[in-house]
Design a protein around this ligand. Structure first.
Ligand code: FAD
Ligand code: 2HG
Ligand code: ZN
Length: 471
C-alpha cells in the first residue's frame, strides 16, 4: 500500500472512526460485486459515515485528494452503478449507517429520512403513523431510499403513485466539494427557479451523495382485492388494462404482466410456488385494487374481469380470497429475477414504450430474436400499467464470456433499435450505470448528451463522483 493511500485511510479513520471503515478483504467483498454477479471491482477502502456531517468531511477529503467516490446504498442495483472499477483507486461511500427516520409529519403527509434507510423500514415507519409510503419493489428489504432516489426507482405501484421522483419533495445532498445542500423542504409547490432536486434524482451518484430526503405519504390502504388472469395475446391484456383503469380509476394500484416463459421459470426455480391457473396462458396479469376502505372492491374486480371473460378477452381468472393467496401470487411475480439468475445468463432490457405500442413491439421483437442464430429464450415480463417491459433474453448458463458478449451486442442492437424507432426509452427504471452507458451514448440525442455533460461539469468539475457510470 502506497504512502498516499495509507495517509488517505488514516485521515478517513480520523473522520469516521474504526466503526466507519471496512479495510479487511473478506468484509469488503460484498461491497465489491453486484447482486447479479455481473460486475466486480476493487477499492482503496469502504467508508461508512454515520451522518451527513461525516459524509461531508469524507467527500471534502476526496475532493482535495482527487479520490473518486462510488456512493452505495443496499447494492441491489441492476445496472452496475454501485460497483467500483478495478483500478483499486476508488472509495466506496456506503450510506448504510445513516439509517434514521428523522421525522414523520402526519399533518403535512411527509416523512424525513436518512438516505441509508432501507425501503421496507421507511414503509414500516409510515404504517406506524397510519400512513402509506407506496414505493414497492422486490428488493425493498435491502435497497435504500438513497439508492431509490439515485436510480429514480419504479416498481409495482407506479401506475397509481408515480416513481421515486414523484414521491420525493425535498433532498439533502453532499456536493462533490463537500458542501451540504439543504433542500429538505416538504412543499408541494415551490417555483423558485431550476429544480435542483429533480437533477439529483436519477443522477446515479454522479452529481453528489444524497444524505436525506423528504418523502410524500398517502392514506393507508386498508382494503385490497387481487386477481390473476390468463390471456392469449398481449393486446388483450392491454385492452383489459384500459378497461380496468376506466372502471376502477385510482383504485387500480398494480397491473403486472408475465409471459408463459417467465411464469414457467419461476415455477421451476423458486421453491413453494404453484401455477395459479389450470391451463398455462401465453400472457398472465396480476391485478390489484386498493382503497382506504372496502366499498365493494372485490365485487368491482370480479365484475370487470367477469365481463372480460364473457367477452373472450381473458381465458381464465383466479380471485384471491385471503392475504395468503395474494402473497402466493406476488411471490410468483417477484421470483422472476431470482429464477433468471438460477436458470441462465441474461441480456437484460429495461424498456418503456407507449402502452399502445407494447403488443406490436413484443410481436416484432419476438420474431426478430427467433431469427437470430443464437440459442435464446425470451423472458418478457414487467409493469404493463407503466408501459415498462423487462424484455430479457436468456442464453444458456454454460455460455462463455465471448458468447455472452456477442449475444449482448446482437440483442441490444436489435431490441434498442426497435425501441428507438417506436419512441421508447432504453432505460425505464433500473438506471444506466455501466450496463447501458454506451447504449445511452448511442441513442440519446447529441444535444441531450451535451447538456448532461455540461451539468456534470458544473457540479463535479474534478469528475470524482462515480466516474465511468451513466455518462
Ligand atoms: P445501490 O445498488 O447501492 O446503488 C444504485 C445506484 O445509486 C448507484 O449508481 C449508486 O452509486 C447510487 N446511489 C446509491 N445510494 C446513493 C446515495 N445516497 N446518493 C447518491 N447516489 C447513490 N428497480 C426498480 O426500479 N423497480 C423494480 O421493480 C425493481 N425490482 C428489483 C428487484 C430485485 C430483486 C432487485 C435485486 C432489484 C430491483 N430493482 C428494481 C433495482 C433497483 O434499482 C434497486 O433495488 C434500488 O433502487 C437501488 O437501491 P440501492 O440502495 O440498492 O442502491
Ligand atoms: C422487476 O420488475 C425488477 O421484477 C427486476 O425490476 C427486473 O430482473 C429484472 O430484469
Ligand atoms: Zn421492474
Amino acid at each position: 500500500m502506497s504512502d498516499n493511500t495509507q495517509d488517505l485511510i488514516a485521515q478517513l479513520r480520523a473522520i469516521v472512526g474504526d466503526a466507519g471503515l471496512v479495510t479487511d478483504a473478506d468484509a469488503q467483498a460484498p461491497y465489491l460485486k453486484d447482486w447479479l454477479g455481473k460486475w466486480q471491482g476493487r477499492v482503496t477502502v469502504v467508508v461508512r459515515p454515520a451522518d451527513t456531517a461525516q459524509t461531508a468531511e469524507v467527500v471534502r477529503l476526496c475532493h482535495i485528494t482527487h479520490t473518486p467516490i462510488v456512493a452505495q446504498g443496499g447494492n441491489t442495483g441492476m445496472s452496475g452503478g454501485g460497483t467500483p472499477d478495478d483500478s483499486g483507486a476508488q472509495v466506496i461511500l456506503s450510506t448504510t449507517r445513516m439509517n434514521r427516520i428523522r421525522e414523520v409529519d402526519p399533518l403535512n403527509n411527509t416523512m424525513t429520512v436518512d438516505a441509508g434507510v432501507i425501503l421496507a423500514n421507511a414503509q414500516q415507519a409510515a404504517r406506524e403513523a397510519d400512513r402509506y409510503f407506496p414505493l414497492s419493489l422486490g428488493a425493498e428489504g435491502s435497497c435504500t431510499v438513497g439508492g431509490n432516489l439515485a436510480t429514480n426507482a419504479g416498481g409495482i405501484a407506479v401506475l397509481r403513485f408515480g416513481n421515486m421522483r414523484e414521491l420525493a419533495l425535498g433532498l439533502e445532498v453532499v456536493l462533490p466539494d463537500g458542501r451540504i445542500w439543504n433542500g429538505l423542504r416538504g412543499l408541494r409547490k415551490d417555483n423558485t427557479g431550476y429544480d435542483l432536486r429533480d437533477l439529483f434524482i436519477g443522477s446515479e451518484g454522479t452529481l453528489g451523495v444524497i444524505t436525506g430526503a423528504v418523502l410524500k405519504l398517502f392514506a393507508q390502504p386498508h382494503a385490497r382485492a387481487t386477481a390473476w388472469v390468463g390471456a392469449d395475446t398481449l393486446e388483450q391484456l392491454v385492452e383489459l388494462l384500459a378497461r380496468t383503469r376506466a372502471r376502477c380509476g385510482e383504485r387500480l394500484v398494480a397491473f403486472e404482466m408475465m409471459s408463459a416463459a417467465s411464469l414457467a421459470l419461476v415455477l421451476q426455480h423458486v421453491a413453494d410456488t404453484r401455477a395459479p391457473l389450470a391451463q398455462p396462458a401465453a400472457f398472465n396479469a396480476l391485478i390489484e385494487l386498493a382503497d382506504t376502505e372496502d366499498g365493494g372492491l372485490q365485487a368491482m374486480l370480479e365484475d370487470v374481469l367477469g365481463q372480460a371473460l364473457e367477452d373472450g378477452l381473458v381465458n381464465d381468472a383466479m380471485f384471491c380470497a385471503s392475504q395468503a393467496q395474494s402473497a402466493a401470487l406476488w411471490k410468483l411475480r417477484e421470483g422472476i429475477s431470482q429464477a433468471q439468475v438460477r436458470a441462465g445468463k441474461v441480456v437484460k432490457h429495461d424498456i418503456a414504450l407507449p402502452i399502445s405500442s407494447l403488443a406490436a413491439f413484443t410481436q416484432a421483437a419476438d420474431a426478430a430474436i427467433a431469427g437470430e442464430d443464437i440459442p435464446a429464450e425470451i423472458i418478457n415480463f414487467g409493469h404493463l400499467g407503466d408501459g415498462n417491459l423487462h424484455f430479457n433474453v436468456m442464453i444458456p448458463l454454460s455460455s462463455t464470456y465471448e458468447e455472452v458478449k456477442h449475444a449482448t451486442a446482437v440483442f441490444n442492437r436489435l431490441v434498442h433499435d426497435m425501441v428507438a424507432r417506436m419512441n421508447g426509452s432504453i432505460s425505464a427504471e433500473h438506471g444506466v450505470g455501466q450496463l447501458r452507458r454506451d447504449e445511452l451514448r448511442h441513442y440519446k440525442q447529441p444535444l441531450e448528451m451535451e447538456l448532461m455533460l455540461r451539468i456534470k461539469q458544473a457540479f463535479d468539475p474534478n469528475l470524482i463522483m462515480n466516474p465511468g457510470k451513466l455518462l
